[in-house]
Design a protein around this ligand. Structure first.
Ligand SMILES: [Zn+2]
Length: 310
């Protein structure tokens, strides 16, 4: 902050206008300090020819700076500032600074990736990780779907195990099966009632697309592997998966489980919303291609005479 431009004071003080100061050469807050002491107005007047009519502004700035004592500028800071903002092309301080910022350091998301790799009992490649990030917006216009995907990816949901770590009196056992430790992967995949639900969902997917699709936690929880299916099948696959995830999240802190038929009804609703969007955007041929396998299946309960089917 102490090396910030003087104009930044305009943000902190209403109706302050300091262009005149900047044009006169007083461009940095650090120029108001001399050996750790705030200079007086006469010094500024003499050094930069700031007119006396600006005195009240000086008082406002001085009040701001003295209220924040850490504005004092050390010689080391001054040296860095001069190096960064030097107009001498041989220094290129600001360019080098940006290059340092852009240098690849430890990505905070690597830790998440490692946690998922542990849970899924195998490494996740960079390509798969990218797929986990990018799949949902390609096949759904719903922000709730994207939100759910991000929350899962970032492991946002609090589990019995994680709550127990914070509050030791809280039991760490799963609130569904009441037997095993409620870790993240247990709550989303390996808990027996959840596993049974995912088996039903993948059986439905196999039936819909006509391809035997074994339950996969990578596909179910991170959408990884979706790109391996023909493109016209991906929309329905990802919608039924994400509807299941949302239903699980909605019954998060209970032992009740979503019913597969309720998942089918949510699919019908998704289909209707996607049809509305396609109608507005004149994308009906794409809608037909993506949703025909759902509309032509017995799981779908949308009325036969509905405009969605025409
Ligand atoms: Zn359980």
């Amino acid at each position: 902050m102490k090396n910030a431009p003087i104009l930044i004071c305009e943000i902190a003080i209403p109706d302050l206008f300091l262009r005149l100061w900047a044009v006169a050469g007083l461009t940095k807050i650090s120029q108001l300090w001399n050996q750790g002491i705030l200079v007086d107005f006469e010094s500024i007047h003499k050094s930069f020819n700031i007119p006396h009519t600006e005195f009240y502004k000086f008082l406002q700035i001085r009040h701001l700076l003295l209220a924040k004592r850490n504005f004092t500028c050390s010689p080391a800071d001054e040296k860095l500032h001069n190096w960064l903002f030097s107009t001498d092309p041989k220094f290129r301080g600001i360019t080098l600074g940006y290059q340092l910022l852009k240098m690849k350091t430890t990505d905070p998301l690597d830790k998440l990736k490692d946690l998922w790799s542990l849970d899924l009992l195998g490494p996740i490649s960079d390509q798969e990780w990218l797929e986990a990030y990018t799949s949902i917006p390609k096949y759904s216009k719903c922000v709730d779907h994207l939100e759910n995907a991000r929350k899962l990816l970032y492991r946002w949901y609090k589990t019995p195990a994680s709550i127990h770590n914070i509050f030791p009196d809280f039991p760490s056992t799963c609130w569904r099966c009441h037997k095993e430790i409620g870790s993240f992967i247990h709550m989303w995949w390996t808990c027996p009632p959840i596993k049974k639900l995912w088996n039903q969902v993948f059986s439905c997917i196999s039936s819909l697309i006509g391809i035997q699709t074994l339950p996969s936690p990578k596909l179910a929880l991170l959408s990884i592997g979706l790109e391996s299916f023909p493109s016209f099948l991906r929309t329905v696959i990802i919608h039924i998966i994400i509807v299941t995830r949302i239903k699980i999240a909605l019954s998060w802190k209970s032992d009740a489980l979503p019913n597969i038929k309720r998942i089918y009804r949510s699919m019908d609703i998704n289909c209707m919303y996607e049809h509305m969007w396609a109608t507005i955007r004149l994308h009906k041929p794409q809608f037909r291609l993506a949703w025909d396998i759902w509309l032509s299946n017995s799981f779908c309960q949308i009325e036969q005479n509905s405009s969605i089917r025409k």
